[in-house]
Every structure is written in structure tokens, then in C-alpha cells.
Write a protein that binds this ligand. Sequence first.
Ligand SMILES: [Zn+2]
Length: 148
Amino acid sequence: MTYKIKSKKLKEKETFEVKNEIPKPSANALFEIKEIKKVSIPHPYMITPKHIAVASDKFSGMLGEPAIEEAEKKGVYCDICKHRVSKGLQSEIIPYSEHKEQKTLFLQMKTDEKDLNKVEGLHSYLLKIKPLLEKEKIEGVAFIPETK
Ligand SMILES: [Zn+2]
């Protein structure tokens, strides 16, 4: 239970307002805006106790980029990468600098059409909002399949 509350809070923190409001699709469109949030690409960077040890020994406990990069020089890497490489799900360890956060617009689909090119109005909507996405530095658009 505690875990659930914690993760909900985290999710709220990741969602944020944009300065230039993205125009909503029309009410009868086959899709709607769900949210805009930061997503970790390809996954969040997973800190290990060894990272914390380096931060505490050399950076007065500050676990920032310098501490993480110093830890990597000592062969301490992202735990998710290590796990995925050992399972053969990923070909190599990715350095900290290549774990990125990307602002993403999530669109909820209201149709079961899997081919996005066939969703009426989607392409023109994306073209219309493109300049705003650029202004807000939103680099990705994700589509959430319709749930029934
Ligand atoms: Zn990783």
C-alpha cells in the first residue's frame, strides 16, 4: 500500500504544466490529450549502493552528475542496464549521459485502429500542434491504445 501511494506522488511530480497550451483535438476526434510528462529513455538510470558510496566519499554526499560519472569511471553502472545485459535484453551498458528524459505528449486513442496513418484527423492535428510542441521542447508523442 505504501508503495502505491509513493509511486502516485512520483507520477504527479513528473506531470507538469506547459506555458503554451496545446490546442485540444475537437470533441468528436478519435483521440484526446491524456497528459504531458517526462519519460526516461530508454529507462530510468538506476543508482546502486556503490554510486552512493562514491558520492559520500568524494562529493560530500551529493549524488549528482559528477558523482555518477566518477562512479562509472570506477566501473559502477546503471543497475537496470546491468540486469538487462545479463539477461540478453540489451547489448551493452549505456553510460549515464545517454539515459535521457524526454518531454512527451500522450494521446489517448478512442479508436481500435492500429495503423495510426488511418486515424482520421490525426496527421493534420499533429501538423497543427507541431510548432507548439517545438516551443515547449516536447520531443515525443506517444499513443495510448484504447482500452475496452
Ligand atoms: Zn541503464
